[in-house]
Design a protein around this ligand. Structure first.
Ligand code: CAA
Ligand code: NAD
Length: 282
């Protein structure tokens, strides 16, 4: 499986990061959003990120221009027809994802490999919506994508050895460290991280400390780079509630249940960094 051209679905937090990393690594990259307005916002995020990298001396001007030249934005699914790999990073909703993969399956060349960046859905339920479950993997990137080294590579009972090997190889070419995971809701990282984040919110509800003090304590007491509330704001509280609902539905264990405070913050439009306010104001 020769991978030279990558398609990315969704130009939100994760899709924009994945597309940036793919184009910077030398792949022809096409990113698809649902509207021109959302596409412009996503491409602007990539522009700012590349500018920061230049300012920090991580990238020179030629590399920045090369990255942008390899990147095309579109609202047309058919523009992904000749991609060798398509990575889906749309909203964490099983029906939306399945619907999107059914449409994608009809548009994209038969030999192409499909991947989902889902945080919490099993890959199997998405793969079987297509005619190519043998060429379907999970590629779970971490936020912020340009900075985080890990990609969880998920194989299902139906994934071929060739597809799995190609997915591993592409992660290395993207400058990432792949880790093999079984197809369980939350894979490795979110199986451990999500209960911790939700428990921080339950701790706040119970009054164990303030948002600032819980964050400070976890940073200084455990050496984590961010406290749980800073991290929740970065991930997005809406996305966290979607993930918690899916994992709770899967495991039926209280540790995965979204706490009432988190749900109310989402209902109130406090989604974290992306909406200007979550546990903190931005
Ligand atoms: N977008 C792109 N790049 C960013 C960024 C952003 N929003 N924020 C920081 N970076 C990059 C910087 O460019 C820098 O890159 P270089 O090392 O190449 O220069 C690097 O991150 C470090 O940045 P800073 O020195 O400015 O900041 P820092 O030292 O405070 O580190 C951090 C920032 C990397 C985000 C660090 O705080 C961290 O690791 N936090 C934890 C992040 C984490 O846990 N992510 C996983 C979330 S869970 C998930 O993703 C799975 C899921 O399904 C929900
Ligand atoms: P986001 O809300 O920032 O972005 C999702 C984008 O997808 C939106 O811009 C939306 O307009 C777009 N979209 C919706 N339907 C589409 C379609 N059919 N075609 C193209 N675009 C479409 O969400 P996000 O945080 O980037 O999360 C995306 C995926 O990545 C989710 O599955 C999430 O669970 C996963 N993920 C998120 C994080 C995180 O920290 N936020 C980390 C790892 C994985």
């Amino acid at each position: 499986m020769k991978i030279e051209k990558i398609g990315v679905l969704g130009c939100g937090l994760m899709g924009s990061g994945i597309a940036q990393v793919a184009a910077a690594a030398g792949f022809e990259t096409v990113i698809r959003e649902v509207s021109d307005d959302l596409l412009d916002r996503g491409l602007e995020r990539i522009n700012r990120s590349l500018e920061r990298a230049v300012e920090k001396g991580k990238l020179d001007e030629t590399q920045r221009e090369g990255t942008l030249a390899r990147l095309t934005g579109t609202v047309d699914l058919a523009a992904l027809h000749d991609c060798d790999l398509v990575i889906e990073a749309i909203v964490e909703n099983p029906d939306e994802k399945r619907k999107t993969f059914v449409a994608l399956d009809q548009e994209v060349q038969e030999k192409a490999l499909f991947a989902s960046n889902t945080s919490s859905l099993t890959i199997t339920q998405l793969a079987v919506a297509t005619t190519r479950p043998d060429r379907f993997v999970g590629l779970h990137f971490f936020n912020p994508v340009p900075a985080m080294k890990l990609v969880e590579v998920v194989r299902t009972l139906l994934t071929s050895d060739e597809a799995f090997a190609a997915a591993f190889d592409v992660c290395r070419r993207l400058g990432k460290q792949p880790v093999a995971c079984k197809d369980n809701s939350g894979f490795i990282v979110n199986r451990l991280l999500v209960p911790y984040l939700l428990d921080a919110v339950r701790g706040l509800e119970e009054g164990i400390g303030s948002v600032e003090d819980i964050d400070l304590a976890m940073r200084l007491g455990t050496g984590y780079p961010m406290g749980p509330f800073t991290l929740l704001d970065m991930v997005g509280l809406d996305t966290t509630v979607f993930i918690a609902d899916i994992m709770f539905e899967e495991y039926r264990e209280k540790r995965f249940a979204p706490p009432p405070l988190l749900k109310q913050m989402v209902q109130a439009g406090r989604l974290g960094r992306k909406s200007g306010r979550g546990f903190y104001e931005y």
